[in-house]
Design a binder for this molecule. Structure first.
Ligand code: SF4
Length: 184
């Protein structure tokens, strides 16, 4: 996944009464210029099974770590993407792994909503899975994703010159659903 330095950080909202127990997140950055092109909103979710040696984000592996992802936070992300005062190019989903199996329903609901309510905004998603190995629930997210960055972090292939990847095995894949021949 992308291990670039995150310069923008806002303390995470918490203690929302409308909690959805199926996904947790670590941080939400409403204004982010390092995790993808342009100015973006970025959500770092909890949960990752890959346990890559050298991972910078081991604190995200536990799917119950961080904060519950709530409807209120989904509302805020949509509102931030619609904010005309600080135009965002799109939404970045990273982690942890947004395609951790327990995260897929919440992530799918979020990206569907963003595509419906935030026209013109792109969605980038970083996952430790390889595109071709995704299961049905993970593939159901892909039609809403403009760019997928796939593959685990491989320490032997780490390359600091890469701006959007941590290691050279990782691929930047536009329209991943089309790549699989599943339309988009
Ligand atoms: S996929 Fe990313 S978050 Fe998960 S262990 Fe590998 S580097 Fe860490």
């Amino acid at each position: 996944m992308n291990h670039s330095v995150r310069r923008t950080h806002l303390p995470s909202p918490s203690e929302d009464p409308q909690e959805t127990p199926d996904m947790h997140y670590q941080k939400y950055h409403p204004i982010d210029v390092v995790n993808g092109p342009g100015t973006r909103c970025t959500l770092f979710v909890s949960g990752c099974v890959h346990k890559c040696p050298g991972c910078y984000n081991a604190s995200t592996w536990n799917a119950n770590s961080g904060h519950p992802f709530t409807p209120a936070l989904a509302d805020r992300i949509v509102a931030d993407l619609q904010d005309a005062q600080i135009p965002r190019r799109g939404l970045t989903l990273s982690g942890g792994d947004p395609l951790y199996p327990g995260n897929c329903p919440s992530v799918q609901a979020l990206v569907r909503r963003v595509k419906a309510e935030c026209p013109g905004k792109d969605i980038w998603l970083w996952t430790g899975y390889v595109l071709e190995a995704l299961d049905c629930a993970q593939r159901a997210v892909l039609p809403y994703i403009d760019v997928l960055v796939d593959g685990p972090f491989v320490q032997a292939l780490a390359d600091r010159r890469l701006q959007l990847c941590g290691s050279s095995n990782q691929r930047i894949i536009p329209h991943p659903a089309r790549r699989l021949g599943e339309g988009a």
